[in-house]
Every structure is written in C-alpha cells, then in structure tokens.
Design a protein around this ligand. Structure first.
Ligand code: ADP
Ligand code: MG
Length: 687
C-alpha cells in the first residue's frame, strides 16, 4: 500500500485512499476542514478519555462510562420476541463485579472470553446496577488506555474518525509529514521530529510522549507565527526623511536638568529609545508601557521638547477633558522656563478661542496642543506636525488613532498605556510595534498598604475612613456592577452613599458618580472632587483613568472579588499619588478559591506586570483583555497564557532568522509559514 502513495506529495493524497472514505464521507470530512490525508493526520484530538476514575458506587443514572475489567463468566444470551435478545456477563473490577449487558448483539459472545481483560463503553443503569454496553474496546496493552476524542459531526462519528486516522498512520502516510524545523533548532531545544509529534498527538503511549509532542508542535506554531510577525514588522517599518527630527540635545538635557526630580533608570532608557526613533528616518510607532504612577507624562513632555527644539509641532491627545487639563497644567509648569507656546483644546473651548487656536496652529505659532477628541476634528490643521502622542491609548478606537496619524505626513506616533500587558501578550499583540517599558517606579514612592477584609469587618474600614477624612484627606469607595440590572445597581450604590453620609453625619461630604450620568456631569464631579469639594467619592464605574488626586489616600473596593487583578491594581493606583501614606481596602467574601487567591496576591505585591501575568494565568488571555476584541491570535495547540516560555524562545529564533542572513533560506521558511497564516496576523491588535 505504501508503494501506491510513495511518490506523491502528502498534500495531494486524497482522502479516497483511506479505507471507508467514499465521496460522501469525504464531503462530510471536508465540513470539518479535512480535505487531505495530511489534514486528517493533523486533526488532533481535543481531549483523551481515560478510564473512569470514578468509583462505580458514585455513578449517576444514565452516565456514560468506560469500564475495564476481567470477564469472569461465559456470556449468556437470552432471546425474547422477534429479533430481540440480551447478552450478559460479569466483569470483575477492583471494586467488585459489574453486570454488563448488550442488546441485540448475540455475536459478541464469541469475543467475550472468560479471563480476558476488556474495556467496555456504556451507560450506567443505577436501578439495575448494570452497564448497558455500547461498545467493546480491545485491550491489547495498557498503552491504549488513552482514548482520543475528536471534533466530529453528525456524518462522521467518533469511532469512524479514530478508524480513519489509525488507518492513515498504519498505511505509512505519517512518513510523508515533512520536517519543517531545521536540525539545529530541534537539537538545541530537544524537540522531537514532526512525524513523531503528530503521531503522539493521537496515540501517545505515555504522558511524556504527549507532552513532548505538544512542546514540539507549540514551538513550531509560535515560531512560524513570529516569523511572519517579524517579517511584517520589517515590511511595515516605514522610513521617511519627513520623520527625521533633528532635535537639540542640549535643549533636551536642559529640560531634564530643570525637572524637580531625577529621571529613573527606566525613564532614561525609554527616553533614549524614543529619541533614537525621532532622530532616525524610522517613522516612530512606539508603545510606551508603564504601570500607574511610573511617570509616563514627563517622558511625553521630553519628546515634545525634542520636537519643538527641531522646530516641529506636537499634539498630545487624551481621552477626557479632566486629563487634558491635568497634562496641560503639568506641561505648563515644566515648560515655564522655556519659551514654548502650549495650548489646550477640548470640547469646552469656546468657539472664539477655538477659532483663534486653529488659526495659530495652521500658521505654526503654536508649539504644542493638548486636548481631547477635539484635536482630530477635520478643521484642525497643523503647519508642521512632527509628533503625536496618545495617552491611555486603549481608550481610543482604531479610527481615532488613524485620524490622528493623518494630521501629519509620516508622523511619529507615541502611544502610552498604563495597563500592564504581560510580555508574552505584548509579543503577540503588538508584534508590529516597538514597545518601551518603564518597569520601575520613582523612588521614595510609598507603597499603598493593601488589606483584604471581610464584609463583617467593614466597620473597621469606616473607622479608618473617618480618621483619614478628619485629617483632610479624601477617599474613593468603589462598588462594582453586581446586579444584572443597571437600575438595581444604581439603587445599591445610592443606598451605600446614603449610608455613608448618614454614618459620618453632616461634616463629611459624600458624592456619587455612576454609569448613568452624562460624560460632562461625570467630569464636572471629578473636577469638584479634585478641588476638594467632596471628601468621599462613591462610584459604580471605574473612575476616570489617569486622574491624579494626590490628596486621596484611601481606596475602598466593595465586593472586590468581582474585579480582576489588573483592574483592582488600576483602582489602587488612584491613591498613593502624594507623599501621604495611602491605603487600599478590598472588602470581599470570595466564594471561590480563585477569588481568595486574587485577594491574597494583591495584598502581597504591587508590581503591575507581575499581577498582569498572574491575571493572565488565572483567567486566560481573552478575558483579561476583553474576549473577542482582544485581537489575540488564535493558535491551534499553543496558548499564549501558559506557554509564554516557548513563545519567547520561538520569537527570539524568528528574529534571528530575519537578522542573520543566509542562515537558512528565508524564502523557504516563509513558504512553510503560509500554513500558519490563517487569520492570525490580520487579527493582531491593529494599532
Ligand atoms: P503615569 O505613568 O501613571 O501617567 P504620571 O506621569 O502621572 O504617571 O506620574 C506620576 C507622578 O510621578 C507625577 O506627579 C510625576 O510628576 C511624578 N514623577 C514622574 N517621574 C518622576 C521621577 N523620576 N521622580 C519622582 N517623581 C516623578
Ligand atoms: Mg498617565
């Protein structure tokens, strides 16, 4: 049989060569994406059924089980009615004997021999304490104890699928699976061959064989994915003379020297990365990641100083008005000894003022404009825009980013994000971008003391709240969306607000911020809180990102177990922004082990990146970034959350392929990687 297929490429081998597959089966297999013998061999089981680890005493009525035992008596067949009969025998297992019956299959009698080990699939009947057999599996050796389970459809059932796949391998088709990883890579990482791996995916004899098969195939999948990503990165890397910003090194140094603090090592490193982009022909497309409070704004300011020193304009866009005002004030303060024309443009800028600003921007008389979406209106025109910065970039849509990009020709773009994304995800999501990370906080920053308390201990929290407020500090109380209905939720949080107001009496001013308020109402309230008109802010929605109220020293999160780790970390980042000691209280009675674990982790660490990785491990990538929109590519065997080691190594190797010329024929690699294209690279976070 092998001779028949020898000289054909495995992809050309049609399913018709598989015994039992006629045109109709072939059409059904096609519905499962199986078109060739190779596809069939690459149709991996999604799980393995092992023998029931359950005690037969705990089986439910009608539960499907697989039992293994020794036949202890000769089967008897009873006939009743026309063509109806019942075969039964006893199967001895560790826990005792079980009666097994088969209906209308008298011929099985020949197969069931006393003393023989058998595996029977069937349905448990708890009334009669018998197993109604559905299928007898041969048990030649213990190695077959893993039964692969495949994705199938109505036309092709499990047993057939197993049969087809077994047949393909037994005919020797496996030999035609081509190795697609170079020897030295396989040697270096001790990866088994592709042929072995594919076979072991279906029929592993041991756990170890299965593990090795997975390891090899995951590597292969990530490697080819990364090879493409790296290729795209190179292709999309635009070079243009327009983007060169010949800044004055002296001006930049003067700026850093004028700051009231020294930049951290991490800040210095990322500044250098950004400046290198600016002075080169590379059109900058860089994501700056840094935990809350790591000091990203000053880095933005530094880039702006550089741009201005080269005679270029800058635009700094943020998601909310309050943030815009905050950044405007900061920049104003930092730039006071330099002559720079800084303006603020938001939705609430008066028509007259706006007209004037637009005029000056177009004439090049304004150096930097800070604002909200107002910046990307069509009539906003620049004379020579050299740099655009987007803060809290995840709050903007692809379209908004695009509009900003179009405000200049080959514009340098810097995106900033406070949501720490685990390195592995950044590798896959932001494959097309350069990423700079601030992984260090300014020194002298006090850690937010985080405590987990039960609901019953809430009065202790109230006591501390009272103390903090009485010494002039402010506090946030966050209540998550617990109820499905928004109205109910609002009722809960309104009740909480009233309760707090009542508890503290008239002196303490409590405000409520909720999801049903209009944007400008929310902003006005936040602004009032910032100006200390309220002591306590109760909120349902996650309060505005990036808001800096240094006087707020206490964060109370109700039902904290309803939030993810990263979210809680972001919330906690709202306090501890000044020089005062700050506290975060997680009020929760978690019901699950996961919930308890989350609370504990938060009290132990305040490293956002570590938390993000834990979050990823615990919840999976989709949930961490908001399921489908997350832009995380789908892999068939690999899992970005669990397999980050493999992903990293595969990435490094892929980078090497691109860097080291003639090391391996790149073209050949790219040819091979086509099989991995799918939608992966298209889906990647389009930023
Ligand atoms: P984020 O990265 O969350 O946007 P910010 O840029 O708002 O953080 O910075 C938080 C605070 O830390 C600001 O008040 C800022 O002035 C201050 N800051 C930034 N860099 C340093 C530094 N190197 N040393 C001390 N304080 C710093
Ligand atoms: Mg910020």
């Amino acid at each position: 049989m092998i001779d028949e297929v020898k000289n054909l490429h495995v992809k050309d081998r049609v399913l018709g060569n598989i015994r039992g597959v006629g045109p109709r089966k072939a059409a059904s297999l096609a519905l499962l994406g199986i078109h060739t013998v190779e596809d069939l061999m690459l149709h991996y089981p999604f799980r393995f059924d092992e023998f029931s680890a359950k005690s037969i005493h705990f089986l439910m009525d009608k539960e499907k089980v697989r039992l293994k035992g020794k036949v202890i008596n000769q089967p008897t067949v009873q006939f009743y009615g026309h063509k109806k009969n019942r075969l039964s025998f006893q199967l001895a297992m560790e826990e005792g004997a079980v009666q097994v019956v088969f209906f209308n299959q008298p011929y099985l009698k020949e197969k069931i021999l006393v003393g023989r080990e058998l595996v029977v699939d069937g349905r448990w009947n708890s009334k009669w304490k018998t197993l109604t057999g559905m299928k007898i599996l041969k048990l030649s050796s213990s190695k077959e104890e893993f039964a692969p389970v495949y994705r199938v459809n109505q036309q092709v059932h499990q047993a057939e699928m197993v049969k087809f796949i077994k047949y393909a391998f037994s005919c020797g088709y496996g030999k035609f699976l081509e190795e697609n990883l170079p020897c030295d890579l396989r040697d270096r990482y001790r990866l088994i061959s592709r042929q072995e791996a594919v076979y072991f995916m279906h029929f592993p004899r041991t756990d170890e064989e299965y593990r090795q098969a997975l390891r090899r195939l995951k590597f292969e999948e990530f490697f080819y994915f990364q090879l493409q990503v790296q290729g795209l990165k190179r292709k999309e890397k635009k070079e243009s003379i327009d983007s060169v910003i010949t800044y004055s090194k002296e001006r930049v140094e003067n700026f850093t020297a004028s700051l009231p603090f020294e930049l951290t090592h991490a800040q210095k490193r990322v500044s250098e990365e950004i400046l290198a982009d600016m002075r080169s022909k590379n059109v900058m497309s860089r994501l700056l990641q840094g935990d809350v409070g790591s000091g990203k704004t000053v880095i933005a300011a530094l880039a702006i100083v550089a741009a201005i020193s080269a005679g270029k304009q800058s635009a700094f866009m943020v998601p909310t008005e309050i943030l815009a005002v905050q950044h405007f004030e900061n920049l104003h303060f930092w730039f006071q000894s330099f002559s720079m024309n800084v303006v603020l443009l938001t939705g609430s800028t008066s028509t007259k003022k706006r007209k004037e600003i637009l005029h000056l921007l177009k004439n090049g008389e304004i150096d930097v404009v800070i604002g909200t979406h107002a910046l990307i209106q069509e009539d906003v025109k620049f004379s020579d825009l050299g740099l655009a910065i987007l803060d809290e970039q995840h709050r903007f849509g692809v379209n908004q980013r695009k509009l900003l990009r179009e405000k200049g020709k080959n514009l340098n773009i810097l995106l900033m994000s406070a949501t720490p994304i685990p390195r592995t995800l950044a590798l896959t999501l932001y494959g097309k971008m350069d990423v700079s990370v601030i992984d260090e906080k300014p020194s002298g920053r006090m850690r937010v003391e985080t405590r987990w308390v039960r609901h019953s201990q809430f009065s202790a929290v109230l006591d501390l709240l009272e103390i903090e407020v009485s010494i002039g500090h402010q506090a946030y109380v966050i209540s998550p969306l617990i109820e499905e209905s928004e109205t109910l939720d609002l009722k809960n949080v309104t009740a909480l607000t009233e309760e707090l107001a009542k508890h503290f009496g008239g002196q303490v001013k409590v405000a409520l911020l909720h999801g049903k308020m209009k944007n400008d109402e929310k902003e006005a309230l936040m602004l009032n809180f910032q100006q200390k008109e309220y002591d306590i802010l109760v909120s349902t929605t996650v309060i505005e990102v990036g808001v800096d109220v240094p006087n707020a020293t206490m964060m109370v999160v109700m039902d904290a177990d309803h939030f993810g780790l990263s979210q809680l970390h972001q919330l906690r980042g709202r306090v501890g922004r000044g020089s005062q000691k700050s506290y975060a209280f997680l009020v929760a009675n978690p019901k699950s082990e996961h919930g308890r674990k989350r609370m504990q982790i938060l009290t132990q660490t305040d490293d956002g990146f570590l938390l993000a990785e834990k979050d990823l491990e615990m919840r999976g990538a989709g949930e961490l970034l908001g399921t489908k929109q997350s832009g995380i590519p789908e892999f068939s065997v690999g899992d970005v959350a669990c397999d980050f080691r493999i992903l990293e190594v595969a990435r490094d190797e892929a980078v090497k392929v691109w860097k080291v010329s003639n090391w391996w024929d790149k073209k050949e690699f790219l040819e091979l990687s086509k099989g991995y294209q799918k939608k992966q690279t298209e889906e990647m976070g389009n930023i």
